[in-house]
Design a protein around this ligand. Structure first.
Ligand code: COA
Length: 341
């Protein structure tokens, strides 16, 4: 057995999956046997759920069942983690519906507004948009649905790995999803889109991008929304989400930050290429997530919880797959401490 140390488990294969495939060299993402470019915009969240679980789910009823008091927490991911942790169910639809309902309810309370009860007749994406913003809007709901599908699964990313590790011990679904929410919260994983929007606001106009980004890099800070552990080219999901924002624009929705985002991405890619000529650091999914979620009217503090609304599909499907085909995940470590004499 190859026992060479792989810091951060980079490149180590720990499971077989039929859910999604990431090719970082080619910039390709396949979910449920289809390229993400074809899937997003053409398949709804519910349809993708039915494909990954080989059966339909009643999200409308599940959302209504999930609508109840949530734990008051200042941070959306903390609130989600606490509320989901308090559930007691093995039904993945109930868990996924609860993530959407509680993310929305938290966001409204945070703004001093009453939570909006779910409408079982709407699609999952349309109802999530309505529960957060109060608005029913077809074009925005379609863009949000495309976003949820785009981020639904992504190989053995850190939160999915967390969920699989927990499931591999024979533990319950709620524990696995709770752990995954904790992993997703970190800024190196799912916490970047809010800061991307902050960055765009701080830059303000395309002409200031170079100067602002240069100063950030000179100060040793990372540019949010740029770089990826797997992709050595531009993240294909960035293009999918950029396309969805263009569609919104064509539908008459104001997407005021798109032009600025493109200029900032170009400047950031240029500066990073200069600083790290051997490492391709291009836009990742979070970059255009920020632009899309902002354009559909979601407040930035609910961006990370919204990522969880999409990714919970993948977590639940991976827990299911792990239970059916996986083995206890238990890697080894290299001991560098003292030995008894
Ligand atoms: N801005 C500035 N420098 C960056 C950078 C960024 N966005 N991403 C990577 N780098 C630097 C690293 O600091 C490293 O430099 P060093 O060798 O001097 O320490 C070098 O580029 C190579 O980094 P790499 O090995 O490619 O990064 P990683 O695989 O450890 O990390 C990310 C990948 C995503 C965590 C990293 O690119 C990052 O922090 N990006 C910003 C946060 C973000 O957008 N997260 C969402 C991910 S979907």
């Amino acid at each position: 057995m190859d026992s060479a140390l792989k810091e951060g488990l980079e490149g180590v294969v720990v499971a077989r999956t039929k859910l999604s495939h990431v090719d970082g060299e080619a910039g390709r993402l396949v979910i449920a046997g289809e390229d993400v470019e074809r899937l997003a915009g053409a398949t709804t969240y519910e349809q993708l759920w039915a494909r990954l679980f080989a059966g339909p789910a009643d999200f409308g009823s599940a959302r209504r069942a999930a609508f109840r008091e949530a734990a008051p927490q200042p941070d959306g991911m903390d609130a989600l983690r606490a509320t989901i942790a308090a559930m007691s169910t093995e039904d993945p639809v109930a868990v996924a519906a609860a993530v959407a309902v509680h993310a929305a309810a938290w966001s409204r309370r945070k703004r001093g507004l009453e939570p909006i009860a779910p409408d079982a007749k709407l699609s999952h994406a349309a109802d999530y948009l309505r529960m957060v913003t109060g608005e029913v809007h077809d074009a925005k709901a379609r863009a949000l649905d495309a976003y949820l599908v785009t981020v639904s699964d992504h190989g053995m990313n850190a939160s999915t790995f967390t969920a699989r590790v927990i499931a591999s011990t024979g533990s319950d679904l709620v524990s696995a999803v709770t752990g995954a929410i904790g992993a997703l919260k970190g800024p190196l994983h799912g916490g970047a889109p809010g800061p991307v929007l902050d960055m765009l606001d701080a830059i303000g106009e395309p002409a200031r991008a170079m100067e602002w980004l240069s100063a950030e890099l000179a100060a040793g800070r990372r540019i949010m929304g740029m770089g990826h552990r797997i992709y050595r080219v531009r993240d294909p999901r960035a293009a999918v989400l950029e396309r969805e924002v263009e569609k919104l624009e064509a539908a008459g929705v104001s997407t005021r930050r798109l032009k600025l985002a493109r200029a900032v991405e170009k400047a950031a890619a240029e500066l990073l290429a200069r600083k790290y000529p051997d490492r391709a650091l291009k836009a990742n999914v979070e970059f255009y997530t920020a632009v899309l979620l902002d354009a559909v009217g979601l407040p930035r503090e609910v961006f990370s919880p919204t990522f969880a609304v999409g990714r919970v599909l993948g977590w639940c499907a991976h827990v299911d797959e792990q239970r059916k085909t996986g083995r206890l995940i238990r890697p080894a470590s290299e001991y560098i401490g003292a030995m008894p004499r």
